[in-house]
Design a binder for this molecule. Structure first.
Ligand code: NOJ
Length: 557
């Protein structure tokens, strides 16, 4: 492996939603000691970096994305000692750990915001974004800026007769990054956790950090709903609230802070939305901004050969070396991957093969490796604050949004991890009420049931992750299309190539059609092929009948 390729470009990331992963103290809520107890599982699975959604002090109105103390741990998740023990244990296994940093906003119960509400002259007033209402009456919001969920982003504060801005929900007031004290405080938080040994940070709605200093209205647009590749919507172009040039400049400033910690190097991955050019701009022209950004088009792209090839082409074009794409098929906000593949294991395996062999950093979401399904919970029962906000939306519309990759009730993708077929799925002891109900299929779909089954989805993930760890070309090789094979459009075929001495390469064939295709593998004689259908490592056959939705990876013998 060339020493010049940093670890974060070669790694595989596994996202843990701490509340739902494993309950170590039997109170129905997942916690840090629960995660600690599952490190053997994660290591054996073969993932290398763990990203934990927030577990900091918080009223949990958005289950941790509303932080009231960035340096303290919410007691339901554990203590600072637990965090330190976890960092230590992860590192002792040669693995890495990434925290989720919510820089954009705090909880409305954060002491800073409590102070800010004391009045116009409060010490922390200018730590948030306050404005007078529109004149003459002053009872209309200061301008037309919308929140990311639609509706005005401004919230009226009666006592001071002013409005504060929140990019997400009203209890998550945005910090004012134009105040140098805010910037310094938040960079202090970043430094604090890096000094504790954290290897990277996932940056929550990073695209919203800076807004127009003149508070100009956003221009009108005909777009009703934002999408992955275009964040404009709710009938306006969010040019003054999203992707502000000062946010891009801040990405570079933040990078300099991260670069203070070089042994080992750390990384930043940004949650941003937009077309490939916008996304790339967060990484800096000279690769001096965020190390990675999420590319969410994978969450909704159609799953056929042409569409997948286009996705790869677009990512390759926008993120050439030294940049790197990312590959995501699920997270704590989106419908689970199993919804996309309609529960078909062969298709899930095919997507896993794509994600773990294509160029880019893969982000797996907990439970994906066993095919956990969305847990449909009626909107009015949702604990998720987004579900509460949209609880009057009729069910057919909820389903319409879900099909487009938008969850109005994010509880659906956050049900507890299914470890065993026992009561409560081994997440929390039987008899305890878990914070969210287990999916009803936990008796059959669980880690224990798949553990020893060589045909299982879990076995397939383990196989692919092991291949990726063993093959430097899969971690760092350039991607070259195998066009010379003239395969049908539904077979996506590429090779990953590393110019080492001797050169290394891996050939990948992904059949997105249901019909089999005969591959002529004669030129790859002497190598070994690994299939998502059989799991076997076999010597290359001159001709191979690639079945519908099968993936084949050909590696050195
Ligand atoms: C994006 C996070 O992924 C989501 O879960 C959260 O609710 C919002 N940002 C607000 O922090």
């Amino acid at each position: 492996m060339p020493a010049s390729v940093p670890w974060w470009k070669r790694t595989t990331v596994y996202q843990i939603y701490p509340r739902s992963f494993a309950d170590g103290n039997g109170d129905g809520v997942g916690d840090l000691s629960g995660i600690l107890g599952k490190l053997d599982y994660l290591q054996a699975l073969g993932v290398e970096t763990l990203w934990l959604s927030p577990f900091f002090q918080s009223p949990q109105a958005d289950f941790g994305y509303d932080i009231s103390d960035h340096l303290a741990i919410a007691p339901e998740y554990g203590t600072l000692a637990d965090v330190r023990a976890l960092i230590h244990a992860v590192h002792a296994r040669g693995m890495k750990i990434v925290f989720d940093m919510v820089l954009n906003h705090t909880s409305d119960e954060h002491p800073w915001f409590l102070d800010a509400q004391k009045g116009r002259g409060a010490a922390k007033r200018d730590w948030y974004i306050w404005r007078d209402g529109r004149k003459p009456a002053g009872k209309a919001p200061p301008n037309n800026w919308r929140s990311m969920l639609g509706g005005s982003g401004w919230h009226y504060h009666d006592a001071s007769d002013q409005w504060y801005f929140a990019s997400f929900l009203g209890f998550q007031p945005d910090l004012n990054y134009r105040n140098p004290a805010v910037k310094a405080a938040m960079l202090g938080v970043v430094r604090h956790w890096f000094a504790e040994g954290v290897d990277g940070m996932r940056l929550d709605i990073f695209n919203a950090l800076f807004k127009d200093a003149a508070f100009s209205d956003n221009p009108f647009s005909w777009r009703p709903v934002p999408t992955e590749s275009n964040p404009h919507g709710y009938f306006q172009r969010h040019v003054h609230t999203i992707d502000h040039p000062d946010t891009l400049a801040f990405a570079r400033e933040l990078r300099q802070v991260v670069d203070e910690f070089s042994d080992p190097p750390r990384f930043l991955v940004g949650e941003v939305f937009g077309d490939a050019t916008t996304l790339r701009s967060y990484c800096g022209e000279a690769a001096d901004g965020l190390h990675l950004v999420f590319l969410f088009e994978t969450l909704t792209a159609p799953l056929h050969g042409r569409a997948v090839r286009k996705l790869i082409r677009d990512f390759e074009a926008a993120f050439p070396e030294p940049f790197s794409p990312t590959w995501v098929f699920g997270n704590h906000d989106r419908p689970r991957l199993s919804v996309r593949v309609r529960g078909q294991a062969a298709k899930a395996k095919l997507l896993a093969a794509l994600q773990l062999t294509v160029r880019g950093v893969p982000f797996l979401y907990y439970g994906e490796e066993i095919g956990m399904e969305n847990h449909a919970v009626p909107l009015h029962e949702g604990l998720d604050p987004v579900a509460k906000r949209f609880q009057l939306v009729p069910q057919p519309l909820v389903a319409w949004f879900r099909r487009r990759g938008i969850l109005l009730n994010r509880d659906e993708c956050r049900s507890p991890m299914q470890w065993t077929g026992a009561g409560n799925g081994g997440f929390t002891p039987p008899g305890v009420t878990p914070w969210l109900p287990l999916h009803r299929n936990s008796h059959t779909v669980n880690v224990a049931a798949q553990d020893a089954d060589p045909d299982s989805l879990l076995a397939c993930y383990r196989l692919l992750l092991a291949l990726r760890r063993a093959e430097p070309a899969l971690q760092a090789g350039a991607l070259r299309w195998l066009d010379e094979l003239a395969l049908p459009p539904d077979v996506v075929a590429f090779s990953r190539e590393l110019a080492e001495d001797p050169p290394r390469n891996v050939a990948v064939f992904l059949n997105f059609a249901a019909a089999p295709v005969t591959l002529d593998l004669g030129s790859l004689a002497g190598r070994v092929m690994v299939s998502t259908r059989t799991g076997a490592r076999l010597p290359v056959a001159p001709r191979y009948a690639l079945q519908g939705h099968e993936a084949l990876v050909v590696v050195a013998a």
